[in-house]
Design a protein. Structure first.
Length: 305
């Protein structure tokens, strides 16, 4: 039988078939992790072949991935974690307060997605709590990403009428939701599917940051061909396997211009004379906000912020 991994819990995996049946399985044989950069042999979203005998199934083959999203392992610097695979769209859930999502965090997630040419979408949550100054900031964010074709939508995950407004964004896709702890991912998940029933946490009064409620990635099917992958809230996002020269490839507004630089693909777009990227920034053709995010990725040794 064939199916997709919907959750991984230790050595047990839930596998969902196309007809909506779920099976608990183990991985047959041993997948060696020595010398591998990823710390999980199977990820949520993987397509697998399995057999079901007695009370538990056995995964016999992991099919080739179309793509996947990587982030640095928090505990082991030399390893990375595959958050999910076979993704059609990445939704970045953000908030301007309680907690505040930095533009740099948004751009790091976008770079990770863009490295596989996975389309991105941004939801800014907690509209119901915003004041005038916040709406002005939202406009700045919308203007910033509109120029590169990334939709930004302002929402309140507590809005009773939200489902009909947002479900078209997700239909007929496998969607990965990423964001800091406390931005409202679990609340949004519960809006998208009444049967999901994710635990919703509160904001810590001492740190003004979210408290983890989702502890592992999990995929839900909300329509026959529509899947939502919820992920644990994160505090940082580290880029994986990207050298300085290639990062600009994952900024669409830079990708088409970098070959016009005097030094071609070797240009880091920092202070080099004749740099087409720097000229575009100075002319207002590339957002200074996005360019600062780019600098943080290229210059800083620790790509976790």
């Amino acid at each position: 039988m064939n199916g997709r991994i919907t959750s991984c819990n230790g050595s047990l995996y839930q596998v969902l078939t196309d007809d909506g049946k779920s099976f608990c399985c183990r991985l047959r044989g041993k997948f060696r992790l020595e010398d591998k950069k990823e710390n999980n042999p199977i990820a949520v979203g993987d397509r697998v072949e399995f057999i079901f005998e007695d009370d538990i199934g056995s995964i016999t083959k992991i099919l080739q991935r179309d793509n996947f999203i990587l982030r640095k392992s928090i505990k082991k610097e030399w390893q990375s974690q595959v958050l999910a695979s076979n993704i059609d769209q990445v939704l970045i859930m953000a908030t301007l307060f309680e907690p505040r999502t930095s533009m740099s965090f948004i751009d790091r997630v976008m770079v990770s997605a863009e490295s596989f040419r996975i389309p991105q979408l941004i939801f800014i949550n907690k509209k119901d709590l915003m004041e005038d100054v916040h709406f002005q900031e939202v406009k700045t964010i919308i203007d910033c990403y509109d120029t590169i074709g990334v939709p930004v939508k302002l929402i309140s995950a507590l809005d009773n009428n939200l489902y009909g407004d947002i479900v078209p964004f997700f239909q007929n896709k496998t969607n990965l939701i990423v964001g800091l702890s406390g931005v409202g991912k679990s609340t949004l998940m519960n809006v998208l599917g009444a049967e999901i029933n994710q635990k919703v946490g509160e904001i810590s009064k001492s740190t003004n940051k979210g408290i983890h409620t989702t502890t592992f990635a999990e995929m839900f099917r909300i329509q026959p061909s529509t899947y939502i992958i919820d992920t644990p809230g994160v505090k940082e996002w580290g880029l994986v396997d990207m050298n300085q020269q290639e990062i600009s490839d994952y900024f669409p507004e830079m990708r088409d211009r970098r070959l016009n630089c005097k030094y071609g693909s070797k240009c880091l777009h920092l202070k080099e004379p004749g740099c087409a990227i720097l000229m575009a920034v100075n002319n207002g053709e590339i957002s200074t906000i996005r360019y600062k995010s780019y600098l943080s990725m290229v210059i800083e040794n620790d790509n976790r912020k």
